[in-house]
Design a protein. Structure first.
Length: 434
């Protein structure tokens, strides 16, 4: 958005994108990442009629070539830092890259006054998420986390109906995902040739140097690796826990406990079972509420499934209320069960109670950049959600141990756990604020 008049010439650079612009102005957009999820994000963003796609950065030249073929006028870069140095009038960008690169890329952009749409889980570490959330708030930047289902009608109406008390006050929740990442094996030894089109040093970014191994890192299997991805929980927890946070207005847990296996030296475990205790809200029955997570082969106890006939979908959340049960599979039509004596009976045609439509999550971000409305998954909301998910990434390293969490101090009551709140970046990589 090019702002006319003397303001554009005299205002400090950091404030360039903080000035509301008239809706007629166009948004200059760039992307960090160009394929897979990044490609999907690009496609949605540029479908907005007020967006100009001007630049993209990717460490893989093959991916850049694909974007260039589709957008001949597009400027392409291997290094995202070079993109920001040369493209000085970018209004907003997407960060759709491996988890370990999210924070440094997002913070680098925000420090230049660029509004950021960042893929989940926002960052790799708790400290990174907290710093991104704080900085975005301080600078009043437009942000959005890539949990697009948050804007679907089934998720929006689930939160609304539960807040309205469709099943009374909420007593407890169980969330689960049948996907399984990670491994119980050792990381293979040796070294493979680095593909000619891949800048391996830039791909590693903040992570420690290591030999390139085919089929272990790029393009997708990095999610399995401890210091690169965040496992199933990091990938899917932000989607599936979204309902719980939205419906109950949760903030931060006071304690959590892992009852699944610990990861090995290299990989996340292939299953997890996590139990959180949150302060109660106006939507919960008690002063605290128990919130549970399961993934891989783990599932909620059978007695929970038996409340609604004994079978659960492959992923979703079950809310137990004082007057009924609300089941929302991820992500299909929810089901409502009302209490009849000691049993629960399904109530048909729940969707007839829906009043909120689906909103385009990406367009909502662009509209907010243009000064029209606000994002619904800005870092003010998605930051605490991502922190909760990443707390599980720490707790799983200490099975059968209840960890108390001081959110204000960003600190556990276990010294060994605090070592995983903030990681050390590779020498030469870093940005002010992290």
């Amino acid at each position: 958005m090019k702002t006319a008049g003397s303001i554009a010439l005299t205002a400090p650079f950091i404030t360039r994108n903080l000035i509301s612009a008239p809706p007629s102005e166009r948004v200059r957009f760039a992307s960090f990442g160009s394929a897979n999820m990044a490609g999907a994000d690009i496609g949605e963003i540029i479908s907005h009629p007020k967006v100009d796609f001007v630049a993209v950065a990717d460490v893989d030249r093959n991916y850049l070539a694909q974007q260039k073929k589709s957008h001949p006028e597009l400027k392409t870069y291997t290094d995202y830092r070079e993109l920001m140095d040369k493209e000085k009038d970018i209004d907003c960008l997407t960060v759709s890259t491996p988890d370990h690169t999210h924070a440094i890329m997002a913070m680098s952009a925000m420090r230049r006054g660029i509004h950021v749409y960042c893929q989940k889980p926002l960052a790799h570490d708790l400290y990174e998420v907290r710093q991104l959330t704080r900085y975005a708030a301080e600078r009043k930047l437009v942000t959005q986390m890539g949990i697009q289902i948050h804007s679907y009608d089934i998720y929006r109406n689930t939160a609304k109906l539960l807040k309205e008390g469709i099943i009374g006050k909420i007593k407890e929740t169980w969330s689960w995902c049948g996907s399984s990442y990670g491994s119980v094996n050792d990381l293979p030894g040796g070294e493979d040739p680095i593909p000619e089109t891949l800048n391996w040093d830039l791909w590693l970014n903040t992570a420690a140097e290591r030999p390139y191994l085919a089929n272990q890192y790029h393009p997708k299997v990095w999610r399995n690796i401890l210091d690169l991805g965040t496992g199933v929980f990091g990938d899917m927890g932000c989607h599936i826990f979204d309902n719980v946070f939205s419906a109950l207005d949760l903030t931060s847990p006071t304690s959590l406990r892992s009852e699944g296996p610990a990861p090995n030296k290299w990989y996340w475990a292939t299953r997890s079972r996590m139990h959180y205790v949150f302060p109660g809200t106006q939507y919960t029955e008690g002063k605290t509420i128990n919130v549970h997570w399961f993934d891989g082969s783990e599932r909620p106890p059978q007695e929970v499934a038996d409340l609604i006939g004994g079978k659960l979908p492959n992923m979703g959340t079950l809310f137990l209320g004082t007057e009924g049960i609300y089941l929302i599979p991820h992500y299909t039509t929810p089901k409502l069960f009302m209490k009849k004596g000691e049993k629960y009976e399904e109530v048909p045609e729940l969707t007839k109670r829906f009043t909120l439509p689906t909103v385009n999550h990406w367009h909502q971000f662009i509209d907010a950049v243009r000064g029209e409305g606000k994002t619904s998954a800005g870092f003010d909301f998605s930051g605490p959600l991502a922190e909760t998910v990443l707390l599980g990434s720490v707790a799983c390293r200490f099975p059968e141990t209840t960890l108390k969490w001081d959110t204000a101090a960003l600190k556990f009551d276990l010294k060994e756990a605090n070592a995983f709140v903030k990681r050390t970046y590779r020498a030469g990589w870093g940005v002010e604020g992290l």
